[in-house]
Write a new protein. Structure first.
Lengths: 784, 279
């Protein structure tokens, strides 16, 4: 392994500026003459907009739907059969469909004054019955979010199989209802937009906190009706994305429109309240699920119905089918099943649209299935790990096409389980449980496993037919006259460390020191088109593109070097940042300088293509990489108070070849923190009239340093057979399994008193109430 | 969100602050700003005037006599946590202060602000109730001294009037054999508590006050006789859970199993704390 190339845990180049507070985020950018925007948002969840009274003195500073009549609504269609499209108006017109929906844009010299205008506007809304629960919204006769649909279902998807012959052979079955909460993604930096009209270039420039600058540009082009060439989108430093910054915002369109109309820059920075009540909703699944097993604990079949609360609109570009349609295809998890039946519903309600969040669909699916694995084990009175060993896809079966035709590329799933069992010492936990705890708490251990399809390719997304389908990922690599290397990519790095890891990839190919390589990203004017950063794809796709571009640069450098060394190209090689031949060697910097500044020293037959290359990359098979992991949690729970302490946490993951294992550890630990949030804390509660019950972080609890244990991480390495260097996408995995592992541990701890929880987050209150229900205790009795 | 437009005055004396407060119908006092700041930003309060009292020397004083310690209203939680003020006994105040919010909150948040806000889940509210503290209130007609039980009226409600401000908190010096216990249960460190218990058992002064806080209203002072507690009897290591539970349930306006369970648990933890901390 090289000390700076693929596999080296070098420190992150970008951290110097981040840690010194020298990053530049949208909020840091100051443009002369900037005015500020505040939005009037709907105070009710469902109703007809009747009248907005705008005081005359500020009429010129307020814009409503009629003013933006020429702007097209956001429309994220899917070609999946039966998908119903929603038109999401940029500013509400006719009807409001969730609390927080934009009604008016107010412009003033400061944000505070803009908010004064918001407060001065009177708005009349004729309230309609509210759909706050997805199951109620599915029922016939429910009020309609989109009247023209006739029901509230964006999409129904099915996987049909006759399970009767399998059920006849099953020794056991368990049925449960499982529910995950609606959550709110909480990047440190919220969304933010600064838009200006560049009158010299006749170009709209939009600085926005996004993971997908090119997709935002395409979305702006479509909604505003102006050509791509007149739009430049810049994503500067971005303080965390997690999927929330992978959507086109109505606010982006509003500010872009107003910047053109008004001719001066406009800024809007989302505050935490807007983030919580109006924008960053995600997750929220409901499962009714039955699993069948044989007497040995082998999982035979799954029969499931899943409902996803997709909220009021289909968000661009991932659409409202993102979660529910994926549930069907990935619910079988890491297991080799004989039978599978699943129907999913993506349901419209009067809540904000659900957006992609790290571990899209996977987190809910893993929670549902892995809770069922443990429930089956309890039913059969065997170790939950035994059900897994009986049911896992074996390494000898790889590559493996599972029951839903997912192509699992490689891996040894049982080995990751074995390593976690050994490291966490299952036997000692069982002995400790036998002994009991002096303080009256109960100890439990829980496991969860998943695969994480990453770097989904053209064939995968073409099937969904949403507004974007990824193709070849490109990189432009350029040697500068002083021998430095510029890498331009269309994906975006906002915590992933790509400024470091892509330099490592380039170093692997060209031998250029990391400090001489600069990653340029986040600007549509100077980077190749890309669908951006999402779906655990950047290392596979952008990494592959960087390698391909550097391969071609190497070929060109070798030709120039051979030319300068006066020998055939076959007689030279690239090593340690220099072209080496029998008669001597030439540093890349010298080759660069010669090409750019002293071309007279080159023969006339020198390659005219120069030292700038744009290359595209796609894995040999584009159905995605499948990293995977086993997580295990040991917890202590106090049955009286419902308090949970995480005592130990072990992860054995296989992300193929890791470009920078230290960064992968960071990704896993960050994901674990979010997974703990899903398991124990985060819940965006809505009242029956559709009002969000958390508008600050004192009501929406996030895990912090005191809630995240010091996890042990074990790396397995099964290289992907299809990708450059054998890498696999790992960006989301950390957050997928913790809810299932932790909930299984809690259920393991409380098994002896007949308690099983299946609603996330598992809060102290839910535990206390479940304990009371199980012991048939009532208020006034001592429960423990 | 950003606050509405307001005026700001920095008072140099208590009298000036009172004058400023009486001049505006919508004046609010700014001390540490740990509650007021977010409320301003969320526009939950829309004052015409903020009167900043943090630069008034009198309000950051600490007076220690042989019988009492008086702490100025603008003394920060951090000053107490760092033991920059006289100990009442059993290191009680410093131990409570160290668990308030996060250090950043403790650096700016003040004792007076916490009592004035009267959030039932605030640590000082329960702590002062257990200490039987007195609140010194300054107004146009001078200073009045109000016992904490009379000062607190309900959740976020006190008897403080228009044009008045909290000058300081006066607490008794505790006896040599005092035992103080404090515990809270919250979803995570730094968050507001779901349950609080504060205990001051001081035989030398003939005082035993056991308080359960973070209720929906006032801190609940437990009935010593009903639970076999009192200054004349040694503080027990644990309480018999049955009678405690009945007692707490009886005082709970709306039955809530979780609340009741954590109140029962937190009481036992406060007792354990009282015994665990060396006298």
């Amino acid at each position: 392994m090289s000390t700076h190339g693929v596999g080296a845990s070098v420190l992150r180049k970008e951290d110097d500026r981040y840690l010194r507070g020298r990053g530049e985020f949208v909020g840091d950018i100051q443009l002369a003459g900037t005015r500020h925007v505040a939005f009037l948002r709907s105070p009710v969840a469902h109703g007809y907009l009747r009248n907005a009274s705008i005081p005359n003195e500020c009429r010129q500073q307020v814009f409503v739907a009629d003013d933006l009549a020429a702007v097209a609504p956001i429309r994220a269609h899917s070609t999946l059969p039966g998908f119903k499209s929603s038109d999401q108006p940029v500013l509400a017109s006719g009807k409001v469909r969730h609390v927080g929906e934009l009604i008016a844009m107010c412009v003033a010299d400061t944000r505070a004054e803009a908010e004064d205008i918001v407060d001065a506007i009177g708005v009349e809304i004729e309230e309609l019955p509210v759909l706050s629960d997805m199951l109620a919204a599915r029922e016939a006769g429910a009020p309609l979010v989109h009247e023209e649909w006739g029901d509230n279902v964006f999409l129904t998807t099915d996987f049909e199989q006759d399970l009767d012959p399998i059920i006849a052979r099953a020794a056991a079955s368990v049925t449960r209802t499982i529910r995950t909460a609606r959550q709110s993604m909480s990047p440190l930096e919220g969304r933010g937009v600064l838009a200006r009209w560049d009158s010299r270039l006749e170009q709209l420039v939009v600085y926005t906190s996004t993971q997908q600058p090119h997709i935002v540009r395409t979305g702006l082009s479509e909604c505003l009706g102006i050509e791509h060439a007149r739009i430049r989108v810049v994503a500067p430093d971005v303080g965390g994305g997690f999927g929330y910054k992978g959507i086109l915002l109505p606010e982006e369109i509003c500010l872009a429109w107003a910047a053109i109309k008004l001719g001066h820059p406009l800024k809007w920075l989302e505050d935490r309240r807007e983030n919580l009540i109006a924008s960053s909703n995600c997750r929220e699944h409901h499962y009714t699920i039955t699993v069948y097993g044989d007497a040995n604990g082998k999982l035979l079949a799954i029969d499931a119905e899943a409902t996803v609360d997709a909220g009021a609109y289909s968000s661009y570009p991932f659409s409202a089918c993102l979660e529910a349609a994926q549930v069907v295809s990935i619910l079988p998890g890491v297991y080799d099943l004989e039978g599978y039946r699943c129907r999913t519903y993506a349901v419209a309600t009067n809540k904000p649209p659900i957006l992609p969040y790290r571990g899209v669909a996977r987190c809910g699916v893993c929670t549902a299935l892995e809770l069922m694995v443990d429930a089956l084990a309890r039913e059969l009175a065997i170790e939950p790990t035994e059900v897994r060993f009986q049911s896992l896809i074996g390494p000898e079966q790889m590559p493996f096409n599972n029951i839903t035709s997912k192509h699992f590329d490689s891996g040894d799933y049982p080995e990751s389980l074995r390593q976690v069992i050994d490291t966490i010492d299952l036997d000692s936990i069982r002995s400790r449980q036998q002994r009991g705890e002096a303080d009256g708490r109960r100890i439990g251990i829980g496991f969860a496993m998943y695969t994480e399809q990453g770097a989904h390719g053209t064939t995968v997304y073409a099937n969904w037919g949403i507004p974007m389908v990824p193709g070849h990922e490109q990189c432009t690599a350029r040697l500068t006259p002083d021998g430095g290397l510029e890498l331009r990519i269309g994906a975006h790095s906002h915590g992933q460390g790509l400024e470091t890891t892509l330099a490592q990839v380039a170093h692997e190919v060209l031998g250029i020191p990391l400090e001489q390589t600069r990653l340029i990203h986040g600007d549509t004017a100077i980077t190749p088109y890309s669908t951006g950063t999402w779906g655990s794809r950047s290392m596979v796709m952008s990494g592959g593109a960087v390698a391909c571009a550097c391969d071609e640069l190497a070929r060109r450098v070798l030709r120039i070097g051979a030319n300068l060394l006066q020998c055939p190209v076959e007689a030279v090689r690239l090593k340690d940042g220099a072209v080496q031949g029998a008669a001597g060697s030439i540093q890349l910097a010298e080759i660069s300088r010669t090409w750019y500044l002293k071309p007279q020293e080159l023969d006339t037959e020198a390659d005219p293509a120069g030292l700038e290359v744009t290359a595209g990359y796609k894995p040999e098979q584009d159905s995605g990489t499948f990293s995977y992991a086993t997580h295990a949690a040991v917890i202590a729970v106090d049955p009286l108070t419902g308090e949970i302490e995480l005592l130990d946490y072990v992860i054995a993951e296989d992300g193929g070849v890791l470009v920078n294992p230290m960064i992968v550890d960071g990704q896993i630990l960050g994901g674990l923190a979010q997974g703990i949030g899903t398991a124990l804390f985060e819940e965006m509660v809505y009242s029956t009239d559709g009002q969000p019950q958390a508008s600050t972080l004192s009501e929406y609890l996030l895990p912090g340093p005191t809630e995240v244990p010091d996890a042990q991480i074990i790396h397995l390495e099964t290289p992907s057979p299809y990708t450059r260097f054998g890498v696999k996408g790992i960006g989301e995995g950390g957050c997928i399994a913790p809810p299932a592992a932790i909930t299984n541990a809690i259920n393991d701890a409380l098994r002896a008193i007949g308690v099983e929880l299946s609603v996330l987050p598992v809060t102290p209150r839910r535990i206390v109430e479940a304990v009371a229900a199980a012991s048939d205790s009532s208020l006034g009795k001592v429960t423990t | 969100m950003k606050p509405v437009d307001f005026d700001y005055e920095q008072a140099k004396s208590v009298d000036e602050a009172i004058t400023l407060l009486t001049q505006s119908a919508d004046a609010l006092i700014l001390a540490g700003g740990q509650t007021l700041g977010p409320m301003l930003n969320l526009r939950l309060v829309q004052p015409e005037l903020l009167v900043d009292i943090t630069r008034i020397d009198e309000l950051v004083r600490v007076e220690a006599s042989t019988t009492h310690v008086t702490i100025g209203a603008c003394v920060s939680h951090a000053a107490v946590e760092d033991r920059r003020i006289a100990d009442l006994g059993h290191d009680f105040l410093a131990r409570v202060a160290g668990g308030i919010g996060y250090r950043a909150v403790r650096n700016r948040g003040t004792l007076g602000g916490s009592v004035a806000n009267a959030d039932p889940a605030a640590d000082w509210v329960s702590c002062f109730a257990a200490l039987d503290a007195e609140i010194l209130v300054s107004g146009q007609s001078g200073q009045r001294i109000v016992k904490i039980d009379d000062f607190l009226v309900g959740a976020m409600e006190t008897t403080i009037g228009t044009g008045e401000l909290i000058n300081g908190i006066r607490m008794p010096r505790l006896g040599a054999s005092v035992r103080c216990g404090y515990a809270k249960i919250s979803r995570k460190p730094g968050e507001f508590a779901d349950a609080i218990a504060a205990i001051v058992h001081d035989p030398d002064r003939g005082c035993c006050r056991v308080v359960v806080g973070a209720t929906d209203g006032l801190p609940l002072l437990l009935d010593n006789d009903a639970l076999g507690l009192g200054p004349a009897v040694a503080l027990p290591a644990v309480l018999d859970p049955g009678p405690v539970r009945d007692h707490l349930a009886w005082h709970m306006p709306v039955p809530d199993l979780y609340r009741l369970n954590v109140q029962c648990a937190v009481l036992q933890r406060a007792l354990a704390d009282a015994h665990a901390f060396p006298s």
